[in-house]
Ligand binder design. Structure first.
Ligand code: TRP
Ligand code: ZN
Length: 898
């Protein structure tokens, strides 16, 4: 732990490493208490003569250093907490370093660590330096040859990147395996796994006819839960071949599930390590959402094999180069899988559902981030701890920035740009600019005289831009003028800078349609084509477009399919929104209109709560909800999204000052009202959806949609205190034949009025699933997020024998879920104190996880005064912790600065 203030690393300070490192040989003597790593590094100097050779290291014990065959004494090198420096005089250098590390004591889950009885590594971003001294930066790429030695009974499997060259038994019950990865890679993609696993595998042939083996390793006893992950992997391989022409470049591709894991998964070359929650699934223990998440994350890590591994990042400021692009690719993969085998109309709806879910995630996590003290461009300008920048901005907004390029270039143009990107950069470590350059080379051909110069601003600007829309209809000329203007408020540390100048404009692809008063689409002439949807390229502060042949006053359908990560301002009337919510041919914009109606209703309720006025719900609003509920043309999945009220976090962003209790109260009141007023329809939806899911379980879009609608109906009935709610929820819970139904029943029971029915079900659930950690995580989560749960309940749950702070999934299931997703329980002075206690406890154990929890209330300065003051005090208490990690310190310092 560091207690000093950490230095700030700036993007502009990048310097190439003065040495090449073509070849790395590592020998591991594996042991959970203490492992010995012998490394032999062959450097070639490319920088100035006499350049010192600086290696990174952390929490290592140094045994010996040999430079070009000569053993160095302590006086021959410099050693401090973070670096080992030697001073070579030759241009070709062989450096042999022997060091020790302690996997069992490593609770950070970075570097080499123990999970269960097995050994795993996690090296991204800067974990390799916890394994051995090394130039631990992504622009140093090497071929690795790795020898793993360990006890054969304890670690029957010894895995690393690439190909297994040989394995053999050694004396004393030990054995060894030698692996070689033919692809040069940066250290963050190194991995080893040692332990006892079962394996499910599938032989495949790649597009060019090469044989390859796909393998999924997991704890013994869980082999019946890896079928979906392996199938998803095979689908991902195929998809990348067909949609991007990218083939698997390995003979063997391995996925290993780990119970203790800081994030979702890691794309180590040929040896992906996964959080077990993104691998293990069967109908009894995994929900539809888990199945979809597994498919998405399997896809994501696999797609990194090209976007991330074959072409990697020059430095960590370029993180979105691989993450934004790979999230875009996994989103498209999931959408294609969802739409597969459906009719055209159903496919469009399925894709819209995926888009709605992705945009909801963006608005829930990224919009708040972009308005808070941690606001940063998708390519950050500086950081103290890179681990803090694996953010919704870099990932999700980064994916939107890629998606906009896809929109601007079109599918085939984007594909041409990708081909060009790989033609230029395969095998190297590059920057975000290099990516845009490749895309621009195509854009310029498509649009002579134009370029992507203004578009690049998306990479250097933080904040969610607002686009204001003005519509001016000329009845005499039957023409319509659309004016778009853009503005982006200063955010985060920008607010502290004086003077504040307006940020430069962005290139915003703005998809737009027009509807007549009956809701029919009006065909628009744009750049010589007749279209239902036009994409306007807004690239100045304010621009006007004119459309002719518009028979009557039109209603605009704005930002179709969410064509840019912006907020739209347009003064719709309620009637216009209702019309769009019923008729817009763009399913995303149609959903959006309904959400806007709900938002307006909810904000009125918030105001009423604050004014202690009566809580009235507009009958028209209820009617708009009734219309969707009755619209059998819509798929169940789509209807379930359209009938879900905007989430509390999305709503909070629309209020200032933020009043969590009022927002939670407003949402609760509206759910209750809708539950009560539409009860017969919810009952009908529940029953018809129920009979639709009697087929053998499949996570496909149709079945998942029915279950999602059914669980929504049940939740509304429970919210409305329907007299049958408890019975219906009990029946669904106890008779469920899959985890989606079971969780829907359990959540409804826990959240309805009869506390004893909820308590009974929880007890039953625990007894039944106590041996399955991933299911017990769900058990903690329903309780953590129940509106009735208070700090005292959470503290009691922490005393439960099944609880541990050391396992990130478990900590997330209870602590994070409570702090971040229980507005009513967490936003109290007790809640803030509890949160600070947990940040401090985690800080000393796992700084990466602690720093994520530390962000829970980082938008504190926008809360109402009572909450604001209590949160600030808690941040100050955290700041005073004597052994604050660099990770948490950066978050707390930034939070308190605003
Ligand atoms: N690169 C990984 C991904 O996006 C995620 C990752 C980054 C990660 N750092 C990590 C995973 C640390 C675990 C621990 O897929
Ligand atoms: Zn990734």
């Amino acid at each position: 732990m560091r207690t000093d203030t950490a230095p700030t690393i700036s993007r502009h300070d990048y310097q190439p490493y003065p040495y090449r490192l073509p070849q790395v040989e590592l020998v591991f003597d594996l042991d959970d208490v203490q492992s010995r790593v012998t490394s032999k590094l062959s450097f070639e100097r490319v920088g100035a003569e006499g350049s010192p050779l600086v290696l990174n290291g952390e929490d290592l014990a140094l045994e010996s250093v040999v430079l070009n065959g000569r053993k160095l004494d302590a006086g021959d090198y410099q050693l401090n907490e973070e670096t080992l420096t030697v001073f070579p005089t030759e241009a070709a250098i062989t450096l042999e370093v022997v060091s020790l590390c302690k996997p069992a004591q490593n609770s950070t889950l970075m570097g080499l660590y123990v999970s269960g009885n097995n050994l795993f590594t996690q090296c991204e971003a800067e974990g390799f330096r916890r394994i051995t001294w090394f130039p631990d930066r992504p622009d140093v790429m090497s071929r690795y040859r790795v020898t793993l030695r360990g006890d054969k009974a304890r670690y029957p499997l010894l895995l690393s990147n690439g190909n297994l060259l040989e394995s053999q038994d050694l004396p004393d019950g030990r054995h060894q395996a030698i692996w070689e990865d033919p692809h040069p890679k940066p250290s963050y993609l190194f991995a080893l796994v040692a332990g006892d696993f079962s394996c499910r595998e599938q032989a495949i042939q790649t597009a060019s006819g090469r044989d390859a083996l796909l393998q999924v390793y997991s704890d013994r006893g869980s082999e019946d839960k890896t079928e979906w992950a392996l199938d998803s992997l095979a689908r991902a391989v195929k998809w990348d071949e067909t949609r991007f022409g990218l083939e698997l470049d390995l003979d063997r591709f391995m996925v290993v599930a780990a119970r203790d894991f800081n994030m979702g998964a890691m794309e180590n070359k040929g040896l992906n390590v996964f959080n077990s929650s993104y691998v293990l699934a069967d109908p009894d223990t995994a929900t539809d959402a888990s199945y979809h998440a597994i498919e998405g994350v399997i896809g994501h890590e696999y797609f990194h094999n090209w976007t991330g591994n074959r072409v990697t990042c020059r430095d960590w400021f370029q993180l979105s180069l691989k993450e934004g692009l790979t999230v875009f690719r996994d989103q498209e993969f999931s959408a294609d899988m969802m739409a597969h085998g459906l009719t055209q109309g159903e496919a469009a709806s399925a894709r819209a559902v995926k888009r709605i879910d992705d945009v909801t995630a963006l608005r829930t996590a990224q919009f708040p981030e972009d308005a808070g003290p941690m606001a940063h461009p998708i390519r950050p300008e500086s950081y103290q701890e890179i681990g803090n920048f694996y953010t919704a901005t870099v990932y999700e907004k980064g994916a939107e920035v890629i998606r906009m390029q896809h929109t601007l270039l079109g599918e085939s143009g984007f594909r041409a740009g990708m081909d060009e990107y790989f033609r230029r950069h395969d095998g190297s470590a590059v920057t975000c600019d290099d990516f845009v350059n490749a895309m621009e080379s195509v854009y310029i051909k498509q649009n002579p005289g134009k370029d992507l110069k203004v578009f690049r601003q998306w990479y250097s600007q933080a904040g969610t831009p607002r686009v204001k829309v003005e519509l001016d209809y000329n009845a005499a000329a039957k023409s319509c003028r659309i004016t778009l203007s853009q503005h982006c408020e200063p955010v985060g540390i920008e607010k502290l800078r004086e003077p504040q100048s307006e940020k430069p404009p962005l290139l915003i692809p703005f998809a737009l349609g027009l509807l007549d008063e009956h809701g029919n689409g009006i065909s628009l002439k744009h750049e010589g084509k007749q279209l239902d949807t036009v994409v306007l390229e807004l690239d100045t502060r304010r621009q006007t477009w004119e459309f002719g042949n518009i028979p009557s006053q039109p209603i605009p359908s704005l930002l179709r399919n969410f064509s840019a990560p912006v907020i739209v301002d347009y003064a719709y009337s309620t009637a216009q929104l209702a019309l769009l919510a019923q008729h817009d041919s763009d399913p995303f914009a149609r959903w959006e209109a309904g959400q806007e109606l709900a938002t307006r209703q909810l904000l009125k309720l918030v105001a009423a709560i604050q004014a202690k006025a009566p809580l009235d719900v507009d009958p028209e609003f209820i009617e708009s909800w009734r219309a969707v509920l009755q619209d059998q043309q819509l798929t169940p999945a789509y209807r379930s999204r359209a009938l879900t009220l905007p989430g509390e976090k999305i709503l909070l962003e629309k209020t200032l000052p933020m009043d969590p209790a009022a927002v939670a109260g407003a949402r609760r009141h509206l759910r209750e009202t809708l539950g009560r007023e539409l009860a017969p329809l919810w009952l009908e939806a529940l029953h018809s959806a129920d009979s639709g899911t009697s087929a053998p379980y499949s996570p496909n879009g149709l079945q998942a949609g029915l279950r999602s609608l059914k669980n929504l109906a049940l939740a509304y009935l429970a919210a409305g205190n329907h007299p049958q709610a408890t019975d219906l929820a009990s029946r669904q819970y106890y008779e469920a034949r899959n985890m989606t139904d079971r969780m829907g029943g359990l959540a409804a029971l826990v959240n309805q009025q009869d506390a004893s029915a909820g308590a009974q079900a929880l007890q039953h659930f625990y007894e039944q699933w106590q041996h399955n950690p991933l299911v017990i995580d769900r058990w903690f989560t329903v309780q953590a997020t129940a509106p009735s749960t208070r700090v005292s309940t959470v503290r009691t749950l922490m005393q439960h024998p099944a609880f541990t702070l050391r396992n990130p999934n478990r900590a997330r299931s209870l602590i994070f879920q409570f702090c971040m997703n229980n507005l009513q329980g967490a936003h109290t002075s007790e809640g803030y104190e509890f949160w600070a206690d947990q940040v401090i406890a985690l800080n000393d154990m796992n700084p990466e996880i602690a720093a994520r929890l530390a962000r829970a209330f980082d938008n504190w300065s926008r809360y109402i005064p009572a909450n604001r003051e209590a949160i600030r005090q808690s941040y100050e208490r955290i700041q005073q912790h004597p052994t604050l990690s660099r990770n948490v310190a950066e978050i707390v310092t930034k939070a308190l600065k605003i």
